[in-house]
Design a protein around this ligand. Structure first.
Ligand code: BG6
Length: 489
């Protein structure tokens, strides 16, 4: 059952992903009930599913067969009788398709409905099933630790922790999933993966788009809650965690939780030494003139909301003591790109150093998007003449046949949920620890108005203070543009 079946997420992501699973033979016994407020017939709903698939994937021969599995229920989320009607429809479909009482509830709608829906699902008998029941929920999971706890309590009255699949769509990305393989399947990386050999790690996720039509939501969220609390913190955890003893859901999650438990607590008076906030002003992005954030629809003309965050995260454990993890994310920046740069320490004695030609440190770059791959930056002898070192790059690009068949993030996550594999969903403990970390920052930022907003021009790499954050530690952000060139070739 997809709640919010006429919404943007269902149309753009969920229906095409379900189709791809169907096409690959991964959906055998299934039926989908689209649930939403507006009145719609089954035919009307099937037509919207068809349009969504064709828009995303082009014409498909078996599309009519696919949409025949879709049903529609017009629903009032506050009314018990509406749930009872939904239950009757679900039971009927269950019987017709021989679904063995297995049920997945996908809440693709505004978070204020998560709690009430979960409670109704239980009280109106939809969770009494013969098979398994699972709840999939989208972000945001609360807007602070307090509100997340409240939401969690409501959900947990109807579903156990094992039955809750909290989506973080970054965990569906091919190269985010690749982090643990790169780390744990290569004898040359894992021994170096610590504070003796790594000087710092940089994670950048930049976007070209502004907030567009999402001003109302974004004003209550900002980049900190929208990107850092979930996607950025998840990438930090995957880069920093210890090798799990097995690749089971519990083991992987418990290693990630240990990372969150080791995060250095930054006190209120130190927040601005560790974190930088920004808000975009007007500017030019891909040759187009764009307005400042404060002029976007549904945004307060004097908004104090950040559209950019850079930060230094310290993990105070034996492996990472002293190694900064720098994160940076923002809207209306130069380029749409997510990359991780692992910078290794300089060699102890540089034989090849000449004042005008410094030997570059080794870098391992993990390209998450839009290109997918890895690049290892090494030094090798320059051809001919002297023993001069020059930078060479070894690149692996996840392109070609393999990439064309690479399932989209949502497809992988839906498939995981169907199989009951919750490894790439966030456990409550991860959510709670990362909210506790982020709350400290938002408490300070919400209570102190930034005097210099807007402080970066649209189409740039963010405010100057983000560069100074690294400069004071003797580092700089590796320019995303320069790192891109190789892998694209
Ligand atoms: C979402 C945020 O979680 O991630 C959006 O709410 C953001 O504001 C998006 O644009 C970025 O995702 P991706 O996959 O495009 O990097």
């Amino acid at each position: 059952m997809i709640f919010g079946a006429t919404g943007d997420l269902a149309i753009r992501k969920l229906f095409p992903s379900l189709y791809r699973l169907f096409e690959r033979g991964r959906l055998k016994k299934f039926a989908v009930i689209g649930v939403a407020r507006r009145p719609l017939t089954n035919d009307g709903f099937q037509k919207s599913v068809k349009d969504s698939v064709i828009n995303a994937l082009g014409d498909k021969e078996n599309i009519d067969e696919f949409i025949s599995y879709f049903y529609y229920h017009s629903h009032d989320v506050t009314d018990s009788s509406s749930y009872v009607a939904l239950r009757n429809l679900a039971n009927q479909i269950d019987e017709n398709y021989n679904l063995e009482g297995n049920r997945i509830f996908y809440l693709a709608m505004a978070p204020e409905f998560f709690g009430p829906i979960a409670l109704h699902l239980k009280s109106d008998g939809l969770t009494e099933v013969k098979g398994f029941k699972r709840l999939v929920i989208e972000k945001p999971f609360g807007k602070s630790l307090e509100s997340a706890k409240e939401l969690n309590q409501q959900i947990r009255t109807a579903f156990s922790e094992e039955e809750v699949y909290r989506i973080d769509h970054y965990l569906g990305k091919e190269m985010v999933r690749n982090i643990e393989v790169i780390r744990f399947a290569n004898a040359i990386f894992e021994p170096l993966w610590n504070n003796r050999y790594i000087s710092n790690i940089q994670i950048t996720s930049s976007e070209i788009l502004g907030v567009e039509e999402r001003g109302r939501y974004y004003e209550t969220s900002g980049a900190l809650r929208d990107m850092v609390q979930n996607h950025m913190m998840q990438m930090v955890a995957l880069l920093a965690m210890e090798p799990p003893i097995r690749l089971t859901t519990d083991e992987v999650r418990s290693e990630k939780v240990r990372v969150f438990r080791s995060l250095r607590r930054v006190e209120s008076n130190e927040i601005n030494d560790y974190f930088v906030r920004g808000q975009y002003g007007a500017g030019t992005v891909t040759d187009e003139q764009v307005p400042e954030y404060r002029a976007e629809p549904m945004v307060d003309k004097e908004s104090n909301t950040e559209t950019f965050v850079a930060g230094k995260i310290m993990i105070d454990n034996f492996r990472w003591a002293g190694v900064p993890f720098y994160i940076r994310t923002g809207k209306r920046m130069t380029t749409k790109s997510t990359k991780i740069v692992v910078q290794f320490k300089d060699i102890p004695m540089n034989l090849y150093y000449q004042p005008e030609k410094k030997v570059n440190p080794n870098l391992l770059v993990i390209h998450i998007q839009p290109e997918e791959g890895i690049t290892l930056h090494l030094n090798a002898k320059k051809a001919g003449g002297h023993l001069d070192a020059q930078e060479v790059k070894l690149s692996f690009a996840n392109t070609g046949i393999q990439a064309m068949n690479t399932p989209e993030g949502y497809e992988k996550l839906l498939y995981d949920c169907l199989r009951g594999d919750a490894t790439n969903f966030t456990h409550w403990d991860e959510v709670a620890y990362s909210w506790a970390f982020v709350d400290k920052i938002s408490d300070v930022w919400e209570n102190t108005k930034s005097v210099n907003f807007p402080n970066y021009v649209s189409g740039t790499t963010g405010p100057k203070a983000a560069d100074e954050l690294l400069e004071k530690d003797g580092f700089f952000w590796w320019p995303v543009k320069n790192l891109e060139v190789d892998i694209c070739k």
